[in-house]
Design a protein around this ligand. Structure first.
Ligand code: ZN
Length: 490
């Protein structure tokens, strides 16, 4: 009896195990099928339909942390909240420290080239196809946005091919022949008369060429908002002497900011076949060249706001969007800490600076023309626009005798220097800015780029491929692989 019972029980157990296995396999299959259905883009499985590549020019990890600590308080940045993090080396084919042309070529084509070259091989004979061109060939729409001139090195690397970034007019001409759908941000420096005059082959005014290629030109918010989706558009806003947007901290309300260029770009490019959009925070680099920490922090915040627009789009299309944020190189050798300050930082002192170095330098230039601003008057301006000397606000801003002497020397040298046209050598503004940066405990090691690897943040379809440590050429290669973009033989 006992034996029979035991035997029956074993049969039951076996049956139960088989049944359990069947149920487990079925449930798992259903679960994975559901997961795939939820995540896959409608129509084309596993390929992102909407691709964003954000490039913070000159934006190293120290720059990101500076901006976050100075301007965001408890609120975290979108870019640093993205789930995937990688790092990329940035060297050029011929130099350890790269420039925006070689780095832009790496990010746009997946190939190393020489410094100064725009999406061509280092031999300057062969052009390199860009991911933007590959996306266009696949039927996607393409948008290129930058806070500096639209024919500056980084944006140029996505639509143009030239032996040198200096040929800005020839680069701008290629904007009109690119067939891309949206250009937004700074003006075309190549279209400045002095640059038109430099070209070997003048093909006409860039605006005329853009019109002939059926681009609508929008010069302000109202005009940009009136452009209908699907219409090819070149949009710019008020620009400075170098064709760039104002530094974010100097921007007037009526000027279009990087976030609006991005938002409107998304509106114009959105279509069932998808789009590729590159957005550059170009003035971060300019601020870092000048060692202007406050301006860099504000421009990163503006860049962050633009990323926020793409992130909001990602949230509406999570299974169909890939968002990648990186930098082309670090600039300025920025460190958060300084030998003379030890463990002390006073980043909050940077809040006393309320104009960029560029804007302050324009004032210094005006003083020089007027010849009526004395050194004590100049010191008053320093106090108002940068903070040093404003002991009423903070005793840490006090000027020592040595500081005063140093500033007076820089002021005298600046006022004495030859003045010709718009060019003027200004030793005073950098001296004022350095004084504030030193007090804040910020260290700058260079006025040029550095070879420090840069961070890569990513989210969305295929984003996990961006984990790890790799070369900047791999960023383009990964995008090509994930989006199944057709790369021609080299
Ligand atoms: Zn630079």
């Amino acid at each position: 009896m006992k034996e029979w019972y035991q035997k029956d029980c074993m049969v039951c157990t076996r049956l139960k195990i088989v049944l359990l296995l069947i149920v487990t396999v079925s449930v798992s299959a259903c679960y994975f099928a559901l997961q795939t259905l939820q995540a896959a883009p409608k129509g084309n499985a596993a390929v992102p339909r909407y691709i964003f590549l954000f490039i913070g020019d000159g934006m190293g990890a120290a720059q990101v942390e500076l901006s976050s600590a100075l301007l965001h308080d408890a609120q975290s940045f979108t870019m640093t909240s993205l789930p995937v993090l990688g790092m990329a080396t940035t060297h050029a084919a011929d130099r350890f420290i790269t420039d925006s042309a070689a780095a832009g070529t790496a990010l746009a084509t997946g190939w190393k080239t020489t410094v100064g070259t725009i999406s061509m091989e280092g031999n300057h004979l062969d052009t390199l196809r860009t991911i933007a061109e590959m996306a266009k060939a696949k039927g996607m729409k393409v948008g290129i946005v930058s806070s500096v001139g639209i024919d500056d090195a980084t944006p140029a690397c996505f639509y143009a091919h030239n032996a040198t970034r200096k040929n800005v007019y020839d680069i701008a001409v290629q904007m009109a022949s690119s067939g891309f759908d949206y250009f937004g941000g700074g003006y075309s420096v190549g279209n400045f008369p002095e640059n038109q005059a430099k070209t070997k082959v003048f093909r006409g005014d860039i605006a005329d060429l853009m019109h002939s290629s059926h681009y609508v030109i929008a010069r302000n918010t109202t005009e940009l908002k009136a452009v209908k989706p699907g219409t090819p558009c070149w949009a710019y806003t008020d620009y400075d002497a170098k064709g760039a947007l104002s530094f974010a901290m100097d921007r007037r309300n009526e000027e279009i900011d990087l976030a609006e260029f991005t938002r409107e770009g998304i509106r114009l490019l959105y279509n069932p076949k998808g789009f590729f959009m590159m957005v550059e925070g170009g003035k971060i680099d300019w601020a870092c060249h000048a060692n202007d920490a406050t301006a860099a922090a504000h421009d990163i915040k503006a860049f962050e706001k633009a990323i926020g627009e793409a992130f909001a789009f990602y949230q509406r299309h999570p299974g169909e969007t890939l968002l990648v944020v990186t930098a082309d190189h670090e600039c300025g050798g920025l460190t958060l800490g300084r030998r003379a300050n030890g463990y002390e930082t006073r980043l909050d002192l940077l809040h006393h600076q309320n104009v960029s170095q560029q804007r302050f330098s324009e004032k210094v230039s005006a003083w020089k023309k007027q010849g009526a601003v004395t050194f004590p008057m100049a010191l008053d301006s320093v106090k108002v626009y940068f903070g040093p000397g404003n002991v009423e606000a903070d005793s840490s801003l006090a000027l020592s005798e040595a500081d005063r002497n140093m500033l007076q020397e820089a002021y005298t040298a600046t006022m004495r220097a030859d003045f010709s046209g718009t060019q003027h050598i200004d030793a005073f503004t950098p001296a004022v800015s350095a004084l504030l940066n030193n007090r804040a405990g910020i260290g700058w090691n260079s006025n040029a780029h550095t070879a420090v690897p840069v961070q890569v943040f990513a989210i969305g379809r295929g984003a996990e491929a961006f984990t790890g440590f790799y070369d900047n050429t791999d960023i383009a290669n990964k995008i090509m692989q994930i989006a199944k973009l057709k790369r021609p033989a080299r």
